[in-house]
Design a protein around this ligand. Structure first.
Ligand code: AMP
Ligand code: MG
Length: 319
């Protein structure tokens, strides 16, 4: 049963988030499904509750630009845009800092992170009370429409999340604009702040190349699928039933014997734990000296297993 909370229950909602639970909350754009971004299990729970068939990077919400820029590297463009539009519906994609506290799963394993300071009193109060970054995609089941009221959130997620804070209807109602500043400025998604307003601050912004109708319908069905994704440098071999001494083993359940190194995704064969450890495991084995490949034990398709296998299949695809 999902707790119905009001704006007066911020402390309760923050306690739930800190305990690794999921809380729906209003922002000025749409309702977000929040999790403590530092907690991989909580972030895995977001994908589970939404029923997402793949991991795509989530936007991390902060109470101030200062808090956001403690986790990512901000340049002059980012600082100028933050000064002009935060709090507000603009998301900036920036390189993670060394020692970034945000769990790798929240950024789908990428070296960049999408950050934003929302302009909604309830969202800001919640993030400040939790005292840390809140990872939050829209609070709807995968494939559903973004919710702009607490009733919409409950229609999709009642019983699947710990609580929702009813803060009334979202004033903007469309998603945030997403701008990639990890290189030259590129618009990734239109949203609440116009490109013209952004260009007035930092000059010319690149648009992604026009896409064909087929690509457009594909990206509409599964936003995030078109993103370049994290892939390790070592070749990845799936469905391993034996392993050699020059391979690193990504284990699920009782590990195969004979590997050069082992990273355990989940001793207990728990797909949620495995999801939370997936990107950390790929990176750890990839960085280990002397290995020629990564062998991955089979992960069942049930629940988050489908998203894990989707990401592993991409990591194993010939490049
Ligand atoms: P939503 O799930 O509705 O909050 O949307 C998040 C948007 O931000 C999606 O379009 C993602 O593809 C995009 N996004 C988040 N993180 C990154 C990143 N590190 N690089 C590129 N795009 C990102
Ligand atoms: Mg969405």
């Amino acid at each position: 049963m999902t707790e119905r909370l009001g704006p007066a229950d911020i402390a309760r909602a923050a306690t739930l988030l800190r305990a690794g639970e999921l809380v729906g909350f209003p922002t000025e754009t749409v309702y977000g499904l929040g999790a403590d971004a530092r907690n991989g299990r909580a972030v895995a729970g977001v994908f589970e509750a939404k029923g997402r068939p793949h991991f795509n990077p989530l936007i991390c919400h902060f109470a101030s630009a200062e808090a956001a820029f403690a986790q990512v590297e901000a340049d002059d463009r980012a600082r100028a845009l933050a000064a002009a539009f935060w709090p507000g519906p603009l998301t900036l994609v920036l390189p993670r800092r060394d020692g970034c506290e945000v769990d790798l799963l929240a950024g789908a394993g990428l070296d960049t992170l999408a950050v934003r300071v929302p302009a909604h009193p309830v969202a800001l109060a919640l993030i400040a009370a939790m005292d840390g970054p809140v990872a939050a995609p829209s609070a709807n089941r995968s494939g559903g429409v973004s919710p702009t009221t607490a009733a919409h959130v409950l229609a999709g997620l009642d019983g699947r999340i710990a609580a929702v804070i009813d803060g009334g209807a979202c004033p903007v109602g469309v998603e945030s604009t997403v701008l990639d500043l990890s290189g030259g400025a590129v618009l990734l998604r239109h949203g609440g702040v116009t490109v013209e307003a952004i260009e007035a601050v930092i000059g010319r912004v690149g648009r992604p190349l026009p896409i064909t109708a087929a690509e457009a319908s594909c990206s509409l069905r599964s936003p995030g699928m078109m993103l370049s994704h994290y892939a390790p440098g070592l070749p990845v071999r799936l469905g391993a039933v034996e392993v050699s001494a020059d391979e690193g083993l990504l284990a699920f359940g009782a590990p195969l014997a004979g590997a050069g190194a082992v990273f355990q995704l989940s001793e207990a064969s728990d797909v949620r734990e495995a999801a939370a450890r997936l990107f950390a495991g790929l990176r750890a084995l990839d960085a280990m000296p002397g290995l020629t490949g990564i062998a991955v034990m089979p992960v069942p398709e049930a629940g988050l297993g489908a998203a894990i296998n989707d990401r592993l299949t991409r990591a194993a695809a010939p490049r």
